[in-house]
Design a protein around this ligand. Structure first.
Ligand SMILES: O=c1[nH]c(=O)c2nc[nH]c2[nH]1
Ligand SMILES: [Zn+2]
Length: 480
């Protein structure tokens, strides 16, 4: 990477990045833009994306480069508009939109990989509640939350929708950390006032007070909401009384808040919850009747939905967080993602740490692809397969749609925020082996196809070692 900086410009207008950009603006469509210059303004917003031919070599001088760009440009740029141009090697490196993790339990992070042979309900009792209840101690919370935010950023998660715990102070601290470390985040104070252990439960009144406290804290610390936002978080219907769900639904409507919860994860859970709430038609109806479903609601799992329940999601424009790593680990099942997508339901990916064992959305994307093939092995319906372009879409633009931030992030487009990863296939200690004959030659017709093969190699063999820089809102927050 070469960086050219001018000496004495009085005001900086753009930081520009030159190289190959790849993104999935639509489901199944991986678009590759070689020899491209992308300009980011001082507010972190993408202002121009232009193709610059002939390809620029690293040796070219900054002023020459600017004159090529300006002569070539279809937009109006003057020579003083660009102050920094960062050029990235065109063959082994590329820019990709930041990953969006729409379902992650920050306090469960120490348990990643520890789940034995448990399934959901005994897993909650054995592993999860004891760990989460320890977050009344702020020192424990600070230590673990700092690790989670750093680890997910190193893995390219530029936006995360977090479950915290029932504790007000620890949840506020998670919000403070995300703001400080620069990660875009939705922060959910978990609500649970029934069917929970004595050491980890709150009353209805305590829940109301702590929920409002966290919302106020976030609004005060980041008034524009350009980085941190609150998300109402009833843990799941099983741990909330009817009156608590109703209060949360009214609050959601009044404040137009985001909301997240779990839905239809495990057969035993579904039976337990539908018996607990006999006045509702089905599990989904509990959330629907209590006004918890909207285009700003994320429902984790949705594995065993009936047609009737899927239609409620469609009607309310609620989004799904698909968590294939978790669903395989604690043996919950295989979500029918193609069926949801064919019904125009927005779907995204969640690590669901620590039901899932990895903090990496890239790894979850591989698992989503594999789980879709397990469904095909049972149904023999090839159409259920998810392609690599499909799962990369779920990891980025799909997440933006589910969280209702698709006007701001998810792909590279004029007017969107620059939330971006710089990927290097041949980074230090990379797990990916490339061979000369696999390098794309941009002057040949098959350059783009060859590059798409490299993206597949990255999807299946890459990891955090290939992520060299991470930006959120145009700010570089990881530079390895
Ligand atoms: O994957 C899950 N993780 C949890 O922490 C949880 N709580 C209720 N249901 C849950 N599912
Ligand atoms: Zn979960």
């Amino acid at each position: 990477m070469t960086q050219f900086t001018t000496l004495c410009h009085s005001e900086q207008r753009y930081t520009a990045y030159y190289g190959t950009f790849a993104h999935t603006p639509n489901l199944g469509n991986l678009e590759v833009l070689p020899n491209t210059l992308l300009g980011v303004d001082q507010n972190g917003i993408i202002d121009f994306i232009i193709s610059v031919e002939p390809p620029i070599e690293n040796e070219i001088e900054f002023e020459n480069l600017k004159s090529i760009v300006i002569n070539n440009s279809s937009i109006k740029l003057s020579p003083n508009d660009i102050d920094i141009i960062s050029i990235v090697d065109n063959v082994n490196s590329f820019f990709f939109p930041g990953f969006i993790d729409t379902h992650i339990h920050a306090p469960q992070f120490p348990n990643n990989g520890i789940f034995g042979n448990s399934t959901l309900l005994d897993w909650l009792e054995t592993y999860t509640f004891p760990l989460e209840s320890s977050f009344k101690d702020l020192e424990i919370a600070e230590n673990i939350y700092t690790k989670v935010v750093n680890r997910t950023l190193m893995n390219g998660t530029t936006t995360a929708s977090y479950y915290a715990t029932i504790h007000t102070n620890a949840t506020n601290l998670l919000a403070d950390l995300c703001l400080k470390l620069g990660q875009r985040a939705f922060i959910g104070k978990v609500c649970m006032n029934q069917n929970s252990p004595d050491h980890y439960i709150e009353t209805f009144d305590q829940c109301k007070e702590s929920t409002l406290n966290v919302i106020n804290h976030i609004k005060k610390m980041n008034p524009t909401g350009d980085l941190i936002n609150p998300v109402l978080t009833p843990r799941f219907a099983g741990s909330c009384t009817d009156d608590l769900l109703k209060w949360l639904g009214e609050l959601r409507k009044k404040g137009d808040y985001h909301c997240q919860t779990h839905l239809s994860e495990n057969h035993k859970e579904i039976e337990w919850i539908t018996n607990m709430f006999p006045q509702y038609k089905n599990y989904t109806d509990i959330y629907y009747q209590n006004n918890l479903l909207s285009s700003k609601t994320t429902l984790a799992h949705c594995i065993h939905l009936s047609d009737e329940e899927m239609n409620i999601l469609k009607l309310t424009n609620s989004g799904v967080s698909h968590c294939p790593t978790s669903n395989s680990s604690i043996t919950s099942g295989e979500a029918k993602i193609r069926w949801l997508l064919n019904n125009n339901i927005n779907v995204s990916l969640g690590t669901d740490c620590s039901g899932g064992f990895t903090p990496s959305i890239l790894e979850v994307a591989k698992h989503a692809l594999l789980v879709s093939r397990h469904l095909v092995m049972k149904s023999s319906n090839d159409a259920e397969k998810l392609s690599s372009a499909d799962v990369l879409y779920l990891a980025t633009m799909g997440g933006a749609k589910v969280l209702n931030i698709d006007n701001n992030v998810g792909c590279f487009k004029r007017g969107m925020k620059f939330d971006c990863l710089q990927i290097n296939i041949n980074s230090k200690n990379s797990n990916i082996d490339t061979f000369e004959f696999q390098n794309p030659n941009w002057s040949l017709n098959n350059g783009i196809d060859k590059f798409k093969d490299l993206i597949d190699k990255w999807l299946f063999n890459g990891d955090d070692r290939n992520i060299e820089r991470v930006w959120v809102n145009g700010r570089c927050i990881i530079n390895k």
